[in-house]
Design a protein around this ligand. Structure first.
Ligand code: HEM
Length: 191
């Protein structure tokens, strides 16, 4: 079994995309890094990377939808995560959302076995990025598309994805970016 490749990089990619395109969220997290754990849950909810599939074992009807034994069924965790009967302002990203029982890691006996590792990876990635590069945005010429299929996340056009970054005032180690001019290139290749 292969795990923790496209799932985690899609989660990190979506989070960085969100923060690059929504300065108010980025500034909020830079000012209050203690909100990162709740922000990560919210970003997983809003941009759930994974859709799983099942095969129906018997004829059944769920919420008015009939399925026959043998049918292949996609479980859209991302749609469930935006269910307005569960999440107030379901389509809004609220980085300090307090109650957040999302299903980005699935539910039931096959729920993700690596969810806590994934959360830790996201936390370290975002903590380290924001500490060194608190001010960044997407290059206007960046062409971001979203990978479809069972694992979803920001993908790229033919060129690299450029992020314009400013020097970090909170940086703990020297970084190579110059004030507001250097381009940090993040290349992602999704097969
Ligand atoms: C953001 C990152 C991740 C997301 C969104 C994610 C999401 C999911 C989802 C939705 C499932 C299927 C649940 C179901 O079928 O009901 C799953 C299964 C699984 N995940 Fe993850 N995952 C992530 C990272 C990881 C990591 C880091 C590991 C381990 C290194 C991991 C290991 C597994 C395993 C072993 C299963 C299969 C569990 C089973 O079938 O019993 N995942 N994951």
């Amino acid at each position: 079994m292969i795990a923790d490749v496209d799932t985690t990089w899609s989660g990190i990619g979506s989070a960085l995309w969100r923060l690059a395109t929504h300065p108010e969220d980025r500034q909020h997290l830079v000012a209050q890094p203690e909100l990162l754990p709740s922000a990560i849950e919210e970003l997983l909810r809003a941009y759930a990377p994974v859709t799983m599939a099942r095969i129906a074992t018997e004829d059944i009807e769920v919420a008015g939808c009939s399925m026959s034994a043998g049918d292949r069924v996609l479980l859209s965790f991302s749609a469930a995560n935006r269910d307005p009967s569960v999440f107030p302002d379901a389509d809004k990203v609220v980085i300090d959302r307090e109650v957040n029982r999302h299903v980005a890691f699935g539910a039931g006996i096959h729920r993700c076995a690596g969810s806590n590792l994934a959360r830790m990876e996201l936390l370290i990635a975002l903590e380290e990025w924001l500490a060194r590069i608190p001010d960044f945005r997407l290059d206007d010429s960046a062409q971001v598309t979203w990978a479809g299929g069972q694992v979803r996340g920001p993908a790229l056009g033919p060129g690299p994805l450029s992020v314009i970054a400013s020097r970090s005032t909170a940086s703990r180690r020297p970084i190579r970016v110059e004030p507001a001019v250097e381009v940090v290139v993040v290349r992602t290749e999704i097969q």
